[in-house]
Design a binder for this molecule. Structure first.
Ligand code: SF4
Length: 76
């Protein structure tokens, strides 16, 4: 069986994964398992990074509805 689980390619430099974001949600370890160590393609932070090459300062992995605004914010 082929596993679809894999680490996010930008995990080493991600401030969320490395606990360097100013606010830390209670769900941080859960998100790391769900996104960083598995389904990184669904991560809002990953999508913003793919689009801009930059790391957003506050966006959380589950904030998919804020991806477009976060991209605009970085590009302005
Ligand atoms: S928060 Fe998103 S971008 Fe950061 S390491 Fe996890 S999956 Fe990758």
């Amino acid at each position: 069986m082929v596993s679809i689980m894999s680490d996010c390619p930008i995990l080493d430099k991600c401030i969320f994964f490395n606990d360097r974001m100013s606010s830390k949600p209670a769900t941080v370890e859960l998100y790391k398992k769900k996104y960083c160590k598995s389904d990184f393609k669904s991560c809002a932070r990953y999508k913003v990074n793919q689009a801009t090459g930059q790391s957003h300062p506050t966006l959380l992995p589950n904030q998919d509805n804020m991806v477009a605004d976060a991209i605009k914010e970085i590009r302005k």
